[in-house]
Design a protein around this ligand. Structure first.
Ligand SMILES: Cc1ncc(COP(=O)(O)O)c(C=O)c1O
Length: 369
């Protein structure tokens, strides 16, 4: 198991890393700047949506209308809309400045000194940062051999001081699923005071899978379960920052207490609401991602590569060489791929780009030799 300190060596938190003055060779391997520059690298490194927001969002005629007012009315509209979408009472919804805010407020609500967070390794690390900020201990449990969460080992690590367990499903960076029935069994065996945050950031890309059902679409009757969703992936709004959490009323009330008042602005909420109303674009985005993913798998198979089966908009793949050399090769050729994810030191994470971008990706891949 990894300790909390390993986070600063491995995670993509440039600011956190900078503040502990790591040597420059380690700094060089943190997440590169995520800003797209004209003529800059092809960005296949942050699991963003390469196609941008839905056309209906881009066509909004006056997105700034009313921004001289505080956003209460739009906040109410978003909560109502999400509650209707999921057929839940409004007091089961908490919105956030990206789903990252949901991760942060869950850490604030359920962790603190003497409390433990249990999470997988490797997984999406943001919550580790927020746990350490509130002086909780972090226990990192390596993924199982099939890259699913090792729920048996996570259960053995849990005790009365475990405030929160973080489950990323599908998991970032491995792109795969942990089976629903195993998760249900796991949750039922956790200590009664341990909350579980299920991060479904990539839910919309899963497609029909026998082992997967969202914990929003088929909830457990359990106050301890919180589900996080984002507008950064399928809706292409990563730069706008909008996400939400779904939980039982009393849990949502605990989460809401930790929120920054008005952390979502009118502009982003207008874009979010327009996206939610555009089910045709949503379906098209799902189909396009599935086609892009299939195409990637075909190209990989043609090269006898064996990516981990992906339920997301990115792929984790064995490269057969130190991943740092792969990253450097792509960087020299103007493509940013995912950073290293120890201990998977020979695997590379590739976010799906447009067909033209992926054509360039494979051209550069083939130059690896
Ligand atoms: C699993 C997971 N959760 C959350 C996030 C952050 O999402 P947001 O942009 O909504 O903060 C990411 C971003 O890549 C992610 O991979």
């Amino acid at each position: 198991m990894l300790t909390r300190r390993d986070f600063f060596k491995t995670a993509g938190w440039g600011a956190a890393v900078a503040s502990v003055s790591l040597p420059s060779d380690l700094l060089a391997w943190t997440e590169p700047s995520r800003a797209a520059q004209p003529g800059g690298p092809i960005l296949l490194n942050s699991n963003e949506n390469a196609y941008g927001p839905f056309p209906s969002v881009l066509a909004l005629s006056n997105p700034f209308d009313g921004v001289n007012r505080y956003p209460d009315h739009h906040s109410d509209l978003v909560t109502e809309r999400l509650a209707a979408l999921h057929k839940l009472p409004q007091d089961c919804i908490v919105t956030g400045c990206g789903s990252t805010e949901i991760l942060r407020i869950a850490a604030n609500a359920f962790l603190g000194p003497g409390k433990k967070l249990i999470m997988a390794a490797p997984t999406f690390e943001a919550i580790e940062h927020y746990a350490s900020v509130v002086n909780a201990d972090v226990i990192k449990v390596p993924l199982a051999a099939n890259f699913a969460h090792d729920l048996g080992a996570m259960l053995r690590a849990a005790g009365p001081d475990t405030g929160l367990v973080y489950i990323c499903n599908p998991n970032n960076p491995t792109a795969n699923l942990t089976p629903r029935k195993d998760l249900e069994d796991f949750i039922s065996r956790l200590p009664k005071n341990t909350y579980v945050l299920i991060d479904e950031a990539y839910h919309d890309f899963v497609g029909p899978q026998p082992d997967y059902v969202s914990f929003i679409e088929r909830p457990l009757d359990d106050n301890r379960v919180i589900v996080a969703r984002t507008f950064s992936k399928i809706y292409g709004l990563a730069g706008m920052r909008m996400g939400y959490g779904v939980a039982a009323k009393q849990t949502t009330a605990q989460l809401r207490r930790q929120k920054l008042e008005d952390s979502l602005n009118i502009f982003v909420m207008r874009c979010g609401l327009t996206s939610l109303d555009d089910s045709a674009a949503h379906q098209q985005a799902q189909q396009r991602n599935a086609a892009d993913r299939d195409q990637f798998m075909k190209q990989a198979a043609a090269r006898k590569l064996k990516p981990i089966p992906s339920s997301t908009n990115f792929i984790m793949m064995e490269s057969g060489r130190p991943v740092r050399s792969v990253i450097a090769h792509f960087s020299k050729n103007n493509i940013a791929v995912g950073r290293p994810f120890p201990p998977m030191d020979t695997c590379v994470r590739i976010s799906l780009g447009t067909p033209e971008q992926m054509k360039e990706f494979w051209r550069v891949w083939d130059m690896l030799g």
